[in-house]
Write a protein that binds this ligand. Sequence first.
Ligand code: GLP
Length: 235
Amino acid sequence: MKWMIVEKAEALAQVTYQLLKNEIQRQEEGLTIGLATGSSPVGVYEEWCQDTLDCSHVTTVNLDEYVGLSPTHPQSYHTFMKEHLFNAVAFKKSYLPFGDTEDAHAESERYEHLVRKLGVDLQLLGIGSNGHIAFNEPGTSFDATTHVTKLTESTREANQRFFDKLEDVPSHAITMGLGTIMEAKKILLVASSARKAEAVRDMMEGPATTDCPATILQRHADVMIVLDEEAAALL
Ligand code: GLP
């Protein structure tokens, strides 16, 4: 694992965006980038929206979506991506799982095939304060493919800030599995604030265990972790 520590969240976004931009400029066609939601990548997306970079050769594929929310639901990840990136940057094609499907398991399988067919060149990730990546909660098998997952109460509480009240936060999500994520050629993980410090320490220094799903990244050959000083405080 390689890592970089920057002083503040603003620099974190700039540095991370620059790494992404290098990839986009380096590969002139057929590039697939895996995208994440949550607050961690928001600054990166702001940088991206302010740039004039040609992304017409870039396909994007998101990590996850809440079960039960339609693409037009204000708190869906479809809406999040439109508001934070897709309305401003034109991509070749963008994919997210559909959360409002009748059969979320079949949708998971369809999405897994799609992701594997596309092949992710670079996957952007955040990390949950319990060490989850995408919505792979503690206890998820390292081999998991895209699947339906029950969110832990701590994850629902952490994500409550995007909803009016806790009861509105869906109980389940469709998420790329840890095995799916590990297929990406490169991984770029970004974490900021003291809230992430323990998970970051476990991910980088702890034993590889499903108790902290992000520890699987220790087994990936090309991971860059970008941290602010608060997130790196326990290293
Ligand atoms: C969410 C997402 C993850 C994200 C994580 C951290 O639940 N499914 O992809 O990395 O939790 O979120 P945040 O960046 O808002 O702290």
